[in-house]
Design a binder for this molecule. Structure first.
Ligand code: S3P
Length: 166
């Protein structure tokens, strides 16, 4: 099986869906942010604070390269990962990219006030909406499949992904 990369804005459910899909498909689950944190031995806010966002993006690309050398993983990417067309190209070498399209308000309810998300901490709701709209175009361009997931349960999303891919 190819890797399945889940992408989309913060709060769209990439990690929750990824874990559920990994059990449905009996495939290993990897969370890119967790891999970055593990290898850097620092939290995401600490990486942003100490080295800046650009450095975080380099670490993100490194993890995408590493996991793309394998097959059969379900991967939750960070919200910025598949905005970068080069990252998406690397991911697609050995995998498919699925965009979980969830309304901004739903994402925002889930991420508001989250101190582990530096992008949330450093932007107002209006700025996050602007970022959401800009990024959406990139997710759409860089994904293989787009799934409108706002009103679906995790089980329904897993089923749809299975139908899309297999
Ligand atoms: C980011 C999203 C985060 C994490 C980092 C940057 C972003 O992942 O990678 O805080 O730029 O949107 P989630 O989408 O899992 O919150």
């Amino acid at each position: 099986m190819k890797n399945i990369f889940l992408c989309g804005f913060m709060g769209c459910g990439k990690s929750s869906v990824g874990k559920a899909l990994s059990s449905v498909l009996d495939a290993p689950f990897a969370d890119l942010d967790e891999l970055i944190v593990k290898h850097a031995e620092m939290s995401i806010p600490q990486i942003f604070e100490k080295y800046g966002q650009a450095h975080f993006r380099t670490l993100e690309t490194n993890e995408i390269e590493k996991i793309s050398a394998q097959n059969g993983n379900i991967i939750a990417t960070g919200g910025g990962a598949m905005v970068n067309a080069d990252n998406a190209r690397i991911a697609k070498r050995n995998g498919v990219v699925v965009f979980l399209d969830v309304d901004f308000e739903t994402c925002y309810e889930r991420i508001a006030g989250d101190t582990n998300r530096p992008i949330v901490q450093s932007n107002t709701k209006e700025q996050l909406l602007e970022l959401y709209n800009t990024r959406k175009a990139h997710y759409e361009q860089n994904c293989d499949f787009k799934l409108y997931a706002t009103d679906l349960t995790i089980d329904q999303i897993c089923l749809k992904i299975k139908q899309l891919i297999f």
